[in-house]
Write a protein that binds this ligand. Structure first.
Ligand SMILES: *Cc1c(COP(=O)(O)O)cnc(C)c1O
Ligand SMILES: [Zn+2]
Length: 565
């Protein structure tokens, strides 16, 4: 007896499921979803899973595969939930967590989808399959298909970076490059599969894909509860039986919308079992040049108009026609806790990619950066509050970093042998001299004054990531004055609220001394200032920034504009 069945979302017909039965026998609809024995599972779900390894198959009773095949696994799922302390501090949202899906076997969250789907296909005896892809699906499916001995045809749009295509080919997949957009590649793939009577992956309509994505929900529920403790069941609307805590927001960049559909199904199932306190709001981020879901959402439409010509460099997100997935996603979000669809430009995404790498040591692909750019935007617009618990999906690792992201001066060139250095010198000395030259230049000098070490560290990080500043720190007003008088920095970044001698007094002292009167000052403060305080600062400082409200690039822009090169 199978532990689940498929239910048609159009006519409600229930039937056993195999990967090769692609539509409802009653009405012909391709839109079905799995139903499990929630009554039985809810009795002892946490006990049942607790001694299993932390990975995707930990939740096998909620996955549409009868006998998980350990020979096929590549260690999918079980990715860490990382705290984004620096980014959180920078944005003023201390409860920011990142689900690091880069740590999947092929470095994107498509590994969940591929692991479950290929396992189900193998179970159904499928030997050859067809997919269309914006890149990452092809890579993941190829890896798992190789392990399962399934021959794969991948129809990939020519917009996909060549490095990704070559990886697909490396796994032995037949790569068909389609000169056209993703929706066209999908059509051609479907036609090819129909002619040859091959299985073709149908995205959200392939039951296995949605259930695979829902394991993100299950993992995050366990992880967040471990970090923040169990939910408060005395609060209104929280089921007494709930043991898992959900975030206030789940944020993801979307193309076809598979991730959020799966995540919502996960919460719906946990809710049916009475195990979770709530469902998060979902924030779906798209690239502005291909944002059919965002347009439809803003206009209150239930059906998205397709974008025929995507205008974005971010091929991963170039689904122009989300079809019924948008309609379903919208419906389910509104029936749960709501959420939003937002767009960001490619430039904003590239900037966010840079910020994330510098702030958190996390390098992502541009498609993922779209979610982070959206996060920054939503915090600024006040849609995300400082008390909110936020989980953002790091959907994929960067590919070799594109030039537009890091700009021109990303390396220091050292020519060797050096001009002007004694050629008779032993080689090592020459090299030393060359390296000294690299660090010898006089970099702009900046003093950071703040009584909170973590704020000093944050500002230091932001500036240091540029690699072009000599930094000094002081932790109170008195040592700040001593430092500034001694070192004569080119710029001071000053906190206002400090014990003993506060920022206002430091400013007064600096301005009344001719030696320091003209040093520019940026004030960074955590407090809302009163009118009187603002008047006190007028004419005294060059810039005022609110802590938790500035993004690293803004601080850098200020610093750059105030320091005379
Ligand atoms: C597929 C993909 C997305 C979009 O996911 P959907 O939920 O299918 O829309 C985002 N980022 C990366 C890296 C992806 O591979
Ligand atoms: Zn039906």
């Amino acid at each position: 007896m199978a532990h689940f069945y498929a239910k048609c979302i159009d006519c409600g017909h229930e039937a056993p499921y195999t990967a090769t039965s692609v539509s409802c026998q009653n009405c012909g609809s391709e839109w079905r979803e799995t139903v499990y024995d929630f009554e039985k599972l809810k009795e002892n779900f946490p006990e049942r899973i607790k001694n299993r390894p932390f990975g995707l198959w930990r939740y096998k009773e909620l996955l549409p595969v009868n006998n998980p095949n350990l020979d096929l696994t590549l260690g999918e799922g079980g990715t860490p939930l990382l705290k984004a302390s620096n980014l959180g501090l920078m944005l003023g949202i201390p409860h920011l967590y990142m689900k690091d899906e880069r740590q999947g076997p092929t470095t994107s969250f498509k590994d969940r989808q591929a692991a479950v789907t290929i396992a189900a296909l193998r179970e159904a005896g499928v030997q050859e399959a067809v997919i269309a892809s914006t890149g990452n699906v092809a890579i993941s499916y190829s890896a798992y298909a190789a392990r399962a001995g399934i021959k794969l045809w991948a129809f990939i749009t020519s917009l996909v970076p060549p490095v990704k295509m070559r990886e697909v080919a490396l796994y032995g997949t037949q790569v068909v490059k389609v000169t056209g957009n993703y929706d066209e590649a999908k059509q051609i793939a479907a036609e090819f599969a129909r002619e040859r009577a091959l299985y073709v992956d149908k995205g959200v309509r392939s039951i296995t894909t949605v259930d695979a994505m829902k394991t993100i929900t299950l993992e995050v529920s366990e992880q967040l509860t471990e970090i923040l403790g169990p939910p408060d069941t005395t609060r209104d609307g929280v089921p007494e039986t709930s043991i898992y805590r959900a975030p206030d927001w789940y944020i993801q960049s979307v193309s076809g919308g598979m991730g959020p559909v799966g995540v919502l199904k996960g919460y719906s199932e946990l809710h049916t079992m009475g195990l979770v306190d709530k469902t998060p709001k979902i924030a779906n981020l798209q690239a502005a040049g291909c944002a059919p879901m965002v347009h439809a959402w803003k206009e209150g439409k239930t059906v998205a108009d397709p974008v025929r010509t995507p205008r974005t460099h971010i091929a991963t997100l170039a689904t122009g026609d989300p079809g019924r997935t948008y309609t379903l996603l919208r419906e389910r979000m509104l029936a749960a806790s709501g959420g939003t669809f937002e767009a960001v430009t490619d430039e904003e995404a590239f900037k966010a990619m840079h910020i994330l790498a510098k702030m958190e040591g996390v390098s992502v692909e541009p498609a993922t950066a779209v979610a982070f750019a959206g996060l920054i935007k939503m915090v600024r617009e006040g849609q995300i509050k400082s008390t909110d618990v936020v989980v953002i999906n790091i959907t994929g690792h960067t590919i070799p970093v594109e030039q537009e992201v890091i700009g021109d001066n990303w390396a220091t060139d050292v020519e060797f042998p050096l001009e002007g250095i004694d050629q008779a010198m032993p080689a090592e000395d020459g090299l030393l001299a060359a390296l000294n030259r690299v660090t010898d230049d006089r970099y702009p000098r900046v003093a950071i004054v703040d009584d909170h070490p973590h704020v000093r560290l944050l500002i230091r990080r932001i500036l240091q990531a540029q690699g072009k500043y000599e930094l000094f720190e002081a932790e109170d007003g008195r040592s700040a004055l001593k430092l500034i008088r001694g070192e004569k920095p080119d710029l001071v970044i000053l906190d206002l609220m400090m014990p003993e001698l506060d920022g206002f007094s430091v400013l007064d002292a600096l301005r009344s001394d001719p030696a320091t009167a003209s040093i520019p000052v940026i004030v960074v403060t955590a407090q809302e200032l009163t009118t009187k305080e603002k008047q006190r600062l007028e004419g005294q400082i060059q810039s005022l920034m609110q802590k938790g409200d500035f993004v690293s690039e803004e601080l850098l822009d200020e610093v750059r504009s105030l320091i005379k090169e």
